[in-house]
Design a protein around this ligand. Structure first.
Ligand code: ATP
Length: 245
């Protein structure tokens, strides 16, 4: 209810288009989809392979009244909603790699990129980009880490992108009602069920620094709780990469 939908054959990036739509018409709930992205991106300007007609490239815009704090944990919550959507489509075993990737059998199936539009102290919006590999069996150029698609998983669930997109938006809409009032806290309680590497030794890289420790899950604000030799450290998202150790 209340969403504007924009469907494109081709865009540079669905997040970039959503940002343009907001800067022209103001903050409002909208969904922007493309069959292909010519400049699809992940975090830190990394490329998101986006071949034509095979995958989901979607941006969902959720307006907020104000407050950076209220966006904490949002990308984790979005990941949980995406895993629920995939499960409902017949795919078991999708798990999250904190803070923003969906893994299936250890390989990257989907990515989430949350950006902010507008002024955090005034009217703003979360620009939630989601890429899901659905039919892709060969990307245009090589992907430098293990990846998979719903088709390659061989699980035989639905491959209907339209149904998955509609279901995802409906689920996100419902989850946002809770998130707006209570933030990430109620979702944090169920994070471990979604966590690909819960209780495992992991290595976190942030620029030149590396922290190793046991993955203990997340705080109510979505920070990663890492048990290191020096005790527990809490890391928030941003420019951080997680690897199995
Ligand atoms: P990391 O994956 O190292 O933790 P990240 O979460 O910041 O880093 P993203 O920015 O979300 O990664 O995604 C970009 C990376 O994802 C690319 O560098 C590439 O390795 C991989 N990638 C690119 N396109 C795809 C795709 N269609 N499916 C799966 N993985 C992809």
């Amino acid at each position: 209810e209340g969403w504007e939908w924009y469907l494109h054959q081709e865009l540079d990036s669905t997040n970039a288009e959503a940002q343009r739509l907001l800067s022209v018409g103001g903050m409002r709930p909208l969904v922007c989809l493309a069959e292909r992205q010519t400049a699809g991106r992940g975090r830190r300007g990394r490329v998101w392979q986006s071949p034509y007609g095979q995958n989901i490239y979607m941006t969902v815009v959720v307006p907020f009244d104000s407050g950076a704090q209220r966006l904490e944990g949002l990308s984790l919550m979005v990941g949980m909603v995406l895993v629920d959507t995939l499960e409902a489509a017949g795919y078991k075993g999708c798990r999250l790699k904190w803070p923003n990737d969906v893994l299936l059998e250890g390989a990257k199936l989907a990515g989430i990129l949350v950006e902010v539009a507008g002024d955090l102290t005034a009217e703003c919006a979360a620009v939630i980009g989601v890429g899901v590999n659905v039919l892709m069996t060969a990307p245009a150029s090589e992907i430098d880490q293990a990846w998979t698609s719903l088709r390659l998983s061989g699980q035989g669930g639905s491959l209907d992108r339209n149904t998955m997109v509609a279901d995802f938006v409906a689920r996100l809409d419902a989850a946002m009602e809770l998130f707006r009032v209570q933030g990430f806290a109620p979702f944090a309680q169920r994070w471990s069920e979604y966590d690909a590497w819960h209780g495992l030794e992991v290595k976190v890289t942030a620029g030149a620094s590396v922290v190793e420790g046991l993955n203990r899950g997340v705080t109510e604000r979505g920070a990663l709780r890492l048990l290191t030799v020096d005790g527990e450290q809490q890391l928030s998202g941003g420019e951080v990469s997680l690897r199995l150790n």
